[in-house]
Design a protein around this ligand. Structure first.
Ligand SMILES: NC(=O)c1ccc[n+]([C@@H]2O[C@H](COP(=O)([O-])OP(=O)(O)OC[C@H]3O[C@@H](n4cnc5c(N)ncnc54)[C@H](OP(=O)(O)O)[C@@H]3O)[C@@H](O)[C@H]2O)c1
Length: 189
């Protein structure tokens, strides 16, 4: 690839319920694994570089495989993991490292703190909306609504609906949002 043409792409993949609930400070997803969404997640992130917060990383412990190369964000100095990861204390350092390695795409995989932090770098959001309202113990964590995302320049360009089935008790929409690269403040740095 010609170095002059190289551009890092940052995308986000997330699942929410009808209220944009995506997790809680007690950890864990508000729902039990929904096969259709799990498969969609696995397929999208395969062989990509993933950015996760320390809490989500620990929750997903054992899930990552060698080809995933997770970047883990923590404020802890000297944080170490047992697996093949890169640990960063600043999101900008993770972005710069990816650029240095000419990584094609970073996929931000949560949790809520990291989604909010990474929004300034993101051009694509792949949003699953589960057609139900869940409850969580602890403080609920939300993802920005589509209306909020529109105010940051995101526009919906694709939507697929999947009816409830034996494997997936709830219906779900997978919505793809995009925004122009010139609206992405973080990548200009
Ligand atoms: N629905 C979904 O698609 C989805 C996806 C992923 C996760 N989740 C859920 O989200 C919840 C977890 O989200 P969360 O917000 O509590 O945690 P998180 O975003 O996974 O991780 C938060 C941690 O990231 C580090 N961090 C945050 N801001 C930072 C910064 N500016 N610089 C450096 N490090 C920083 C800190 O780690 P240290 O404490 O180590 O300093 C912080 O405690 C869980 O319920 C999980 O199941 C849902």
């Amino acid at each position: 690839m010609n170095k002059g043409e190289y551009q890092l792409r940052v995308s986000m993949i997330v699942a929410v319920d009808n209220n944009y609930l995506m997790g809680s400070d007690n950890g864990g997803l508000p729902w039990k694994g929904i096969e259709k969404d799990k498969n969609h997640f696995r397929k999208y992130v395969a062989s990509k570089t993933l950015l996760v917060g320390r809490k989500t990383f620990e929750e997903m412990d054992g899930w990552f495989q060698e080809h995933h190369t997770p970047y883990v964000l923590t404020r802890r100095i000297g944080y170490q993991t047992n697996s093949h990861t890169h640990v960063f204390n600043e999101i900008q350092d993770a972005i710069d490292y990816a650029k240095e390695k000419t990584v094609e795409e970073i996929v931000v995989c949560g949790g809520s703190e990291i989604y909010r932090l990474a929004l300034q770098y993101t051009t694509t959001i792949i949003l699953t909306i589960l057609d139900s309202c869940f409850r969580v113990g602890g403080e609920p964590k939300f993802f920005p609504s589509i209306e909020e995302l529109k105010s940051f320049g995101f526009e919906k360009y694709k939507e697929e609906y999947f009816k409830p089935s034996v494997q997936n008790e709830v219906g779900m929409s997978i919505i793809w949002l995009n925004r122009d690269r010139h609206l992405v403040p973080g990548l200009r740095k």
